[in-house]
Design a protein around this ligand. Structure first.
Ligand SMILES: Cc1cc2nc3c(=O)[nH]c(=O)nc-3n(C[C@H](O)[C@H](O)[C@H](O)COP(=O)(O)O)c2cc1C
Length: 161
């Protein structure tokens, strides 16, 4: 089975998740959507990932889902998000992803999030430093849930193509 993991990442966190997930699935090719999209028609299974910022999905991920919707509806599909507000992840899925894609997906899951200062510059870096400081103070610093990636891979492998 040929699997594509297509993702968009602003500061490298979604990319890290895409690579971690790739190690758990056979026959994977990875596509960074910020560098251009690959045709999902060439794969049996497609995993699409992005992050949530100010409530919105990474624009490149949203565009890929929109432009490839008909093809994706004929594939085994997995969807993942990186987001800091884990309790609002389901809402983020339903607000940002077309209901038919969400219903068709064999699995959709939030992998948590990180504030990666190394990947950020200028005003964004400043904002992230501020967000990190306040979260540290309140004990609410976001983090990834690597164990969910195992569950995600298992759910995809279980689902018939
Ligand atoms: C400026 C900014 C805004 C964010 N907005 C949200 C948000 O609205 N909801 C949420 O759950 N997480 C939010 N996050 C957390 C990101 O989804 C998280 O940092 C994610 O890991 C980013 O991944 P990426 O940089 O690889 O795209 C925000 C992070 C930043 C830096």
């Amino acid at each position: 089975m040929k699997t594509l993991i297509a993702y968009a990442s602003k500061t490298g966190v979604v990319e890290k998740c895409a690579k971690m997930l790739a190690e758990k699935l056979p026959g994977v090719e990875i596509c960074n959507l910020r560098r251009g999209a690959t045709n999902p028609a060439d794969y049996d299974c497609v995993v699409v990932g992005g992050s949530i910022r100010a409530g919105a999905l990474s624009p490149e991920t949203a565009l890929f889902l929109d432009q490839c919707r008909d093809t994706l509806l004929r594939k085994k599909l997995g969807l993942f998000l990186c987001c800091g507000a884990d309790d609002q992840a389901e809402e983020a899925f339903s607000r940002n992803i077309a209901p038919e894609l969400l219903a068709h997906a064999a699995v959709h899951m939030a992998f948590g999030g990180e504030l990666n200062l190394d990947g950020a510059h200028g005003l964004e870096r400043w904002m992230m430093k501020f967000m990190r400081k306040s979260a540290e103070k309140e004990g609410t610093l976001m983090h990834l849930f690597p164990e969910r990636m195992d569950a995600f891979a298992a759910a995809l492998e279980k689902e018939e193509a």
